[in-house]
Design a protein around this ligand. Structure first.
Ligand SMILES: Cc1ncc(COP(=O)(O)O)c(C=O)c1O
Length: 387
């Protein structure tokens, strides 16, 4: 898709299918080839064709993915990495120095917390947790002059708290910090943080972007070209890049993101309806429920409310573990955002790394990644598992 069409903003689905790649001028191939090459012939020393020199720096399959995800997030530049955490680490190194400070969600994804608490901290980067749903609390957690990043997820993993992106961007910018939004749970189809004032979007593309549980990857999208230059330098200097096969799979996934997300949302709403009236279920956590404290903000900044649903059972941890082990259509497993439904116990699985910290999650919590199977089968499966 031409730069001009991109700027005139074709619809989301059109961008998902066309942005980042023009049919190959030689063969007309409508899908980018998997450029399984590490290096490129130069026409004389320094005579690079299309700027390609070495595949850590750039690879055409990765370039197609990076252009596509930038168009979907309405950013200026996209960068693809080997995993979501590789993207996060690269961003931190591109924007922070020892002695700096970041604010992180008080219910961050366990791996993100571990990265800040066990890795970045050892390099002199301090962090403070704050609830993303409370901009005043986030403002209080900022250390003036030292806080370089206000890092949020919205919805958060696994408690599905909602942060007001526009309000938090104002809080971060007042303090001279950047607002980073991990948009993994919403995906660019449901929410575009850069259009609401965020500076950087982070994705674990392993999840909804890839969408088929067949690839691990990460992405950053930025709107400022100076920041893009810093990220590009660090992407190449650190080298945690997405390979051409992984880039190809992720790009293929993105083409159907809109269709998949609509179905994820439809099915999640059916599951939520069922769970809210079940006697063995306590709190059902879903931003689409009017009773959810972040519902109004979510309604403002999201197209729909997504495929992730968390709930607490009345029988405590043992009951939660039993439910996770009894389902047949919902597969017991980590990760989320694929076409198949997954169930997990955050306390023992995805968030085990925050056990014993202030980020610990309730023991009776179950998290669902509602897939795109037949909704009746999903409801029947949960009914059986809840006993
Ligand atoms: C919200 C969120 N951010 C980041 C990550 C890390 O991504 P990856 O597992 O691709 O490294 C995850 C992984 O589950 C996640 O759920």
């Amino acid at each position: 898709m031409s730069e001009q069409q991109h700027r005139h903003k074709a619809g989301f689905e059109t961008r998902a299918i066309h942005a980042g790649y023009e049919p190959d001028p030689t063969t007309g191939a409508v899908i980018p080839p998997i450029y399984a090459t590490s290096t490129y012939k130069q026409d004389g020393v320094g005579g690079l064709r299309g700027g390609y020199e070495y595949s850590r720096s750039a690879n055409p399959t990765r370039t197609a993915l990076e252009g596509n995800i930038a168009a979907l997030e309405e950013g200026e530049r996209g960068f693809a990495f080997a995993s979501g955490l590789a993207a996060e680490d690269t961003l931190v190194r591109a924007t922070c120095r020892p002695g700096d400070h970041v604010v992180i969600p008080d219910d961050a994804y366990g791996g993100t917390f571990r990265l800040f608490d066990k890795v970045e901290k050892a390099w002199g980067l301090d962090h403070s947790p704050a609830p993303v749903s409370d901009p005043d609390a986030v403002a209080r957690a900022i250390q003036p002059g030292e806080t370089k990043l206000v890092w949020i997820e919205t919805p958060t993993n696994p408690l599905l708290n909602i942060g007001d992106i526009a309000a938090l961007a104002a809080v971060a910018h007042d303090a001279g910090a950047l607002l980073v939004v991990d948009n993994t749970f919403a995906s660019p189809y449901l929410q575009q943080p850069l259009t609401l004032g965020a500076d950087v979007v982070v994705h674990s593309t392993t999840k909804y972007c890839g969408g088929h549980s067949d690839v691990v990857g990460g992405a950053l999208v930025v709107r400022d070209l100076d920041l893009a230059e810093q990220v590009e330098f660090h992407q190449n200097a650190i080298g945690a890049v997405a390979g051409p096969f992984d880039s190809w799979l992720t790009l293929r996934g993105l083409k159907t993101l809109a269709l998949r997300m609509e179905r994820h949302c439809d099915n999640a709403e059916r599951v939520v309806d069922f769970l809210t009236s079940h006697p063995k279920v306590g709190d059902v956590i879903y931003p689409g429920l009017e009773t959810h404290p972040g519902h109004e903000v979510a309604q403002r900044q999201m197209r729909r409310y997504g495929g992730m649903v968390s709930f607490r059972v009345t029988g405590g941890e043992q009951h939660a573990l039993q439910v996770c082990e009894r389902t047949e259509v919902f597969t017991l497993g980590e990760s989320l955002g694929g076409v198949e439904s997954l169930i997990e116990h955050p306390g023992r699985m995805t968030h085990a790394s925050v056990a014993g910290t202030e980020l610990e999650v309730p023991a009776d919590l179950v998290r669902l990644s509602v897939g795109i199977e037949t909704a009746d089968d999903l409801v029947a499966d949960l009914e059986r598992a809840l006993g």
